[in-house]
Design a protein around this ligand. Structure first.
Ligand SMILES: *Cc1c(COP(=O)(O)O)cnc(C)c1O
Length: 367
């Protein structure tokens, strides 16, 4: 039996009628920018995350960039980022004009290590940007305490954490602003690019709202030099339908993760660790293995799709050569990049497929 890493079409087929009637209604509405589905989705996603404001934008990278600009971050400033994130987190900071300052993660949780943050703060530091990687929240309370102590703002990258909880409360309004991506493969994914920010701060919400629309809140009156980064109404219609299924889909991911965790215990795989305060939504189920490449090859030969998130840390990318970070500068991020492997995960992965993956891993992980 072949097990794909992720089957997006299966999710589509599960709710095909609902999705197609929503998309058709959007197409037939005669209204193709902003409008009712965008506003309704913003309200529904704000309610889902327990936040006062949601502003839809074109994608997750723009959500990060516009949030930073709305917070007043600019060329003289520094923003603390994880050393082991997806490159978009760093690109958002670069595009705001600020300088990113990487900090290493806690090895067992993959998220920003609060104990390493203060050493990275300088007089230019303006914000901390934790990422809730793989669907599990960062340890936010100590990060918020550091931010308060040093007068810094917090932007969270929640592109992988729709529905995740920290100490019982959903991600969305812990920091000043939270950036979301609805890229198709995320837990809540559109049929193309889409993103949003959530915040409890009405001024920040208004600023992002203006920035996404040429810097204008009143038609043909431009307060600031803005961008064109609006949430597409067809995508908003898709997201409204999918949001209704998100809790059920996240519960299914959790059940798959629970099987992986219990049935792969005792193998040579390093399994994900979930602290008591975290309720992850398992965007990815990431293991580590010393001979990752040969394990991935064995799984591939057995028909099992896996991926690596991520094979090259941002500081070693050609794109960031100008930052001048040599190999060895962030050893935790670099070490992980060599051992990480993401197993098949998704709400439509059935029990038989999960069993196939577990059996193949048990056969290979001992080899
Ligand atoms: C997907 C992702 C982004 C970027 O989102 P896009 O919508 O693709 O621009 C940013 N950060 C993280 C951690 C992501 O996983």
């Amino acid at each position: 039996m072949n097990v794909p890493f992720l089957d997006l079409k299966a999710a589509y087929c599960e709710i095909q009628d609902e999705l197609e009637s929503a998309v058709l209604a959007s197409l037939r509405s005669g209204w193709y920018i902003d409008g009712q589905d965008v506003e309704a989705f913003e309200q529904e996603f704000a309610a889902f995350t327990g936040t006062r404001h949601c502003v839809g934008v074109a994608n997750g990278l723009d959500a990060l960039r516009l949030a930073l600009i709305a917070m007043g971050i600019s060329a003289e400033d520094e923003v603390i980022v994880p050393s082991n994130t997806y490159i978009a987190t760093w690109l958002g900071v670069s595009q705001s004009g600020a300088t990113f300052v990487p900090v290493e993660p806690v090895e067992s949780t993959y998220n920003l290590d609060p104990d390493r943050i203060e050493a990275a703060i300088t007089p230019r530091t303006k914000a901390i940007l934790p990422v809730h990687l793989y669907g599990q929240s960062s340890d936010l309370d100590p990060i918020i305490a550091i931010a308060h102590k040093h007068g810094l703002r917090i932007l969270e990258d929640a592109a992988q954490a729709h529905g995740a909880r920290y100490k019982g409360k959903r991600i969305g309004g812990h920091g000043d602003v939270v950036a979301w991506s609805f890229y198709p493969s995320k837990n809540l994914g559109a049929f193309g690019d889409a993103g949003a920010i959530t915040t409890n701060d009405p001024e920040l919400a208004d600023r992002v709202r203006a920035l996404r629309n040429y810097g204008s809140s009143v038609k043909y009156v431009n307060e600031v030099k803005g961008y064109n980064s609006r949430l597409d109404p067809v995508q908003a219609a898709v997201l409204r339908v999918k949001l209704k299924h998100l809790d059920e889909w996240n519960a299914r991911r959790k059940a798959i993760a629970a099987r992986y965790t219990s049935e792969l215990a005792g193998t040579r795989l390093v399994l994900p660790e979930v602290p008591a305060w975290a309720e992850p939504v398992w965007h990815l189920y990431v293991v580590q293995h010393a001979e990752r490449d040969s394990l991935q090859k064995a799984l591939h030969e057995a028909g099992i799709g896996t991926q690596i998130h991520y094979p090259i840390p941002p500081h070693l990318q050609e794109a960031y050569r100008d930052a001048g970070y040599a190999a060895g500068r962030f050893p935790i991020a670099e070490g992980m990049a060599n051992c990480l492997l993401s197993l098949p995960m998704g709400p439509q992965l059935d029990d038989a497929c999960v069993t196939t993956v577990i059996d193949a891993l048990k056969a290979a992980a001992h080899a």
